[in-house]
Design a protein. Structure first.
Length: 610
């Protein structure tokens, strides 16, 4: 192609490029305070954009003129624009803004009033005027415009979503709630977004108002299921899980949800330690769903698991309580049998036997039945092998334990469960005094994608390094590791004797804070909370810069909160922990517990899984 044919295309291309750059150039001028240059470009852009009813560049042009304090030019430009678009009453808001900026408040109010008074019964005009007021932070005027718009269109609630947001900006919670509920009636699909917006806006003191209005809407619109859902959600925000569960059951029956909603709520209740409500929810599913339901077997498992938590969280549970739960497990399994579908329930019965009833042979026997079951889920089987390895180790059968851990490690090399198996094998090597090998494995596991495994591996690696680096003699560390194995095997009194002997033999050893810490955990396990309290306090006072200090602070705070019923002491420790030990793995959780004990409201807490 010759040059004379190319030139026109080059000029067109050049012109388009310059036009495309103009908005950015104008914005740059504006940011640099070159308001005249920016205004000139915005005005030129407006001449093209207005053909598409786009007046954004005109508004930017006015802002530039106002920045130059040239109110007369700004006012004239707006009035000229109003002649071109007499139906666009949003320009009167722009005019009012100019009048207000120059100090003529009376004229400004007159302009705002005229804009509202002349508003026609057209959706686009109402929306444009409302947005114009919002851009100038004139929320009362925007509310008036939208309310008049609803009247003009004879459609109550058509602007409820916009009005709710405006009342939120004005901190008028009752009217915000009312408008969001009208919006929900108009558009049920907004339920999730409205819940999110309310969750962000409402304080604890606002929820009774929400409940009051919800009951009124339910009476007015009895066929609108979204208000029933909103009611259940409101009870959840108040952590009134019992009432939320009643609503969830009603919705489940009404909407044929097969227990899904009830199951989720029961999980949340269980994690918030409202065990009775959680068990009620799980049992409802088990009694109403058939064996073919995906929630049938899981609901029974969760019910039994929640009962175990309810018993063992009391810290003063009895053998009779454990035996009662054991009987319930066995009664269910006598009907359903031991098979792939019940394997997880059998594993959890084994946990009850091995960790709480202390019947290791029975726990091992139960798991032996399921590790080779045909059709069993791979992960259920792998977890059963890990638990079986633990129970063998607790029984002193080290070779059986390491064999099972290694099987899972080999089968799930790249999986978290494989890393868990590797960690347990490393811990077993540590118990046996093979510290260099154990540390090499812990160093690898420090990069685990599981935060729990990574943190534990890091702690173990540092612990071994610190106590091997003191000298070449590992006798003290070996004795300490053997005491830890006794604890793992639930031989608590021999473990205490071993730790005390170690402390006497090595009175100046760097392990002393670890010995005290281990003793504190032992006495806590024995439910001797006063002795445990004293040991934690000794660590905090004597070893404030050691790695066990923040751990001790956390567990002592937990002790005060849950067992010793001294909330003020718990609060003091939580606050000290997140203020003085900012790098602690407990810092974030300590801040949460401090706020909870202080009475801060945290609606819609994160859902956790059972």
């Amino acid at each position: 192609m010759t040059l004379k044919f190319l030139l026109p295309f080059l000029f067109i291309s050049f012109g388009l490029t310059v036009f495309g750059q103009n908005p950015k150039l104008a914005d740059q001028y504006y940011l640099e305070g070159e308001f005249q240059k920016a205004g000139d470009i915005y005005l030129k852009l407006h001449e093209t954009a207005k053909k598409n009813n786009n007046y954004s560049y005109f508004n930017k042009y006015i802002e530039c003129i106002l920045a130059l304090r040239d109110y007369a030019t700004a006012e004239k430009a707006i009035k000229d624009q109003m002649k071109e678009t007499p139906d666009d009453f949003s320009m009167m808001v722009t005019l009012g803004n100019v009048q207000e900026r120059k100090g003529d408040f009376e004229s400004a109010q007159a302009s705002y009033r005229m804009a509202i008074d002349k508003l026609p019964p057209r959706m686009d005009a109402i929306t444009r005027l409302g947005n114009a007021f919002i851009e100038q932070a004139k929320y009362d005027e925007a509310i008036e415009a939208y309310e008049k718009g609803e009247h003009l269109l004879n459609k109550k609630g058509i602007f409820s979503y916009q009005l709710a947001d405006l009342y939120r900006r004005n901190s008028d919670m009752p009217k915000m709630i009312e408008q969001y509920l009208y919006s929900l009636q108009d558009a049920p699909e907004r339920l999730a977004s409205i819940q999110t917006l309310m969750q962000r806006s409402l304080q604890q003191s606002d929820y009774p108002e929400l409940l009051s209005q919800l009951y009124a809407f339910i009476q007015e619109y009895p066929e609108s299921g979204q208000f029933e859902e909103m009611l259940a959600w409101t009870f959840m925000q108040q952590k009134d899980y019992s009432k939320a569960m009643r609503q969830a059951k009603a919705l489940d029956r009404r909407m044929g949800e097969n227990g899904m909603r009830v199951y989720r709520l029961a999980q949340i209740a269980a994690n918030d330690k409202d065990y009775n409500t959680a068990i009620d929810g799980f049992d409802y599913i088990f009694s109403t769903q058939g064996i073919g339901s995906p929630y049938y077997m899981e609901a029974k498992r969760a019910s039994l698991a929640t009962k175990r938590r309810q018993i063992t969280d009391q810290y003063n549970y009895t053998v009779d309580q454990l035996r009662g739960l054991e009987k319930e497990y066995n009664s269910f399994l006598s009907v359903q049998g031991v098979n792939a579908a019940t394997a997880l329930i059998v594993s959890e019965l084994a946990m009850l036997e091995g960790l709480y009833i202390n019947d290791l042979p029975k726990a091992i026997s139960l798991l032996d039945q399921i590790v080779d079951l045909p059709g069993i889920n791979n992960y259920v089987q792998a977890n059963a092998k890990l638990d079986l390895g633990d129970y063998y180790l607790m029984s002193g059968e080290v070779w059986e334990a390491t064999l099972l851990y290694s099987q899972v490690d080999k089968a799930f090399v790249e999986d978290l469960i494989g890393q868990d198996a590797r960690f347990r094998n490393a811990k077993l090597s540590y118990y046996n005094g093979d510290f260099e090998w154990a540390q090499s494995q812990f160093d690898i596991l420090k990069t685990s994608t599981s935060k729990l495994i990574a943190n534990d591996a890091l702690d173990m690696s540092i612990f071994i390094m610190d106590n091997m680096g003191l000298d070449s003699n590992t006798d003290a560390l070996s004795s300490f590791a053997k005491a830890e194995l006794l604890i793992f095997q639930n031989k608590l009194d021999p473990a205490i004797d071993s730790l005390r002997a170690l402390s006497k033999k090595y009175p100046e050893h760097g392990l002393n804070d670890d010995i005290l810490y281990m003793e504190a955990k032992l006495y806590e396990k024995k439910r001797d909370y006063k002795t445990s309290e004293g040991l934690y306090q000794e660590i905090i006072e004597k070893y404030p810069k050691e790695i066990r200090a923040d751990n001790s602070m956390w567990f002592l705070a937990q002790l005060y909160e849950n067992q010793l019923n001294d909330v003020e002491k718990a609060k003091t420790l939580y606050e000290k922990l997140f203020m003085d030990y900012t790098d602690s793995t407990f810092a974030i959780e300590a801040r949460k517990r401090y706020r909870a004990l202080r009475g801060d409201f945290e609606p819609g807490a994160e859902e956790k899984t059972q």
